[in-house]
Design a binder for this molecule. Structure first.
Ligand SMILES: [Zn+2]
Length: 328
């Protein structure tokens, strides 16, 4: 464990609430477009949060986790967890799949995917800025497809002031997720930190509860977009297969967090997975499917633009990012 204290100065803050220092410099807008057959996909970046590495993984000794981070040339003290959602344009239809943290803070460690802060950032809440920079208009969105009810996926849908960001969209949610998080009895029996996730779901979806459309795994939720059951991270956590012609993209959502840890070692369990055993089975099943089919994949928490392929390596897998291309 001695190595933990021997890290470089940029990472020397104590674990807990450490954040990256703001240099005042800014990147270009964080969006990246690519095609899956006839479907136009845009990865839209929301930013990142710096999470202490210690305590991140339940079932592995900390030095082993640090070694995996060193192998990937990452910090042995903290993990920058990035947020990247997808926007799908197919024919005349515009769909967003999740929408970042909005004007709330990212999920608080140990709070079951709930944000306990009504202040974004300093490096989150960039989804809308980047969505607009990519030339999109929230008023033109036809469908909002929700993968699961964690803060970093749903808080962007409704501003703090109560207004819904996509006034003309049909909102689709996993039926299993809805049944779990909108159950008042379950909320009342949940441990206190977890109650925040139940309340968060009510803040975002409560005012539109009558019009929200639940969907089932296996259902084609929009032309070319099929919901894939991916339980474990949350009860109704969902991945999506986006297909056009012979091309396909498996949006794995939070089936894996950072690939250097959980694609490389799919049996490792991040504390964010509510049912670790089920989440592990889901992770191995979907990674195996992606590797066998040579399908392109996207992840919500992979380094931007968060898309690539899955190769087999040793007892695990390896994430191979796509090559950035000027051609769309
Ligand atoms: Zn997430």
């Amino acid at each position: 464990l001695a190595a933990a204290s021997a890290s470089g100065p940029a990472w020397s803050q104590p674990a807990g609430t450490s954040q990256a220092a703001d240099t005042g410099l800014r990147q270009a807008a964080g969006y990246y477009r690519f095609r899956i057959g006839e479907i136009e996909v845009t990865a839209v970046h929301d930013g990142f949060v710096r999470h202490p590495l210690e305590g991140l993984i339940r079932n592995v000794e900390f030095p082993q986790v640090q070694e995996a981070m060193r192998e990937a040339f990452l910090s042995p003290d903290a993990l920058d967890i990035t947020f990247t959602a997808l926007v799908i344009r197919n024919g005349g239809r515009l769909m967003v799949i999740d929408a970042g943290n909005g004007d709330f803070g990212p999920p608080t460690p140990g709070h079951f995917g709930a944000s306990t802060s009504d202040q974004p950032g300093p490096y989150t809440g960039q989804w809308l800025t980047n969505f607009l920079a990519a030339g999109f208009d929230p008023n033109r969105v036809d469908t909002v497809l929700v993968s699961h009810f964690h803060a970093d996926h749903i808080n962007g849908l409704r501003r703090k002031n109560g207004s819904f960001l996509f006034p003309n969209a049909e909102v689709m949610v996993p039926s299993v997720e809805w049944a779990f998080w909108m159950d008042d009895g379950r909320m009342n029996q949940a441990p206190d930190p977890m109650k925040g996730t139940f309340r968060q779901a009510r803040r975002v979806f409560g005012p539109i509860a009558a019009t929200v459309r639940p969907y089932e795994a296996g259902q084609e939720v929009a032309p070319g977009v099929t919901a894939v059951a991916a339980p474990g991270h949350t009860p109704g956590h969902t991945a999506f297969m986006i297909a056009s012609g012979s091309s396909k993209l498996l949006m794995m959502t939070d089936t894996s967090n950072h690939p250097a840890l959980f694609v490389r070692h799919p049996e490792w369990s991040p504390v964010f997975d509510m049912d670790p055993d089920t989440a592990r089975q889901t992770r191995v099943r979907l990674l195996d499917m992606a590797a066998s089919e040579r399908a392109q994949v996207s992840f919500y928490h992979a380094p931007f633009p968060a898309t690539g392929h899955i190769a087999r390596e040793g007892s695990g897998f390896r994430f191979v990012p796509v090559q950035w291309s000027l051609a769309i």
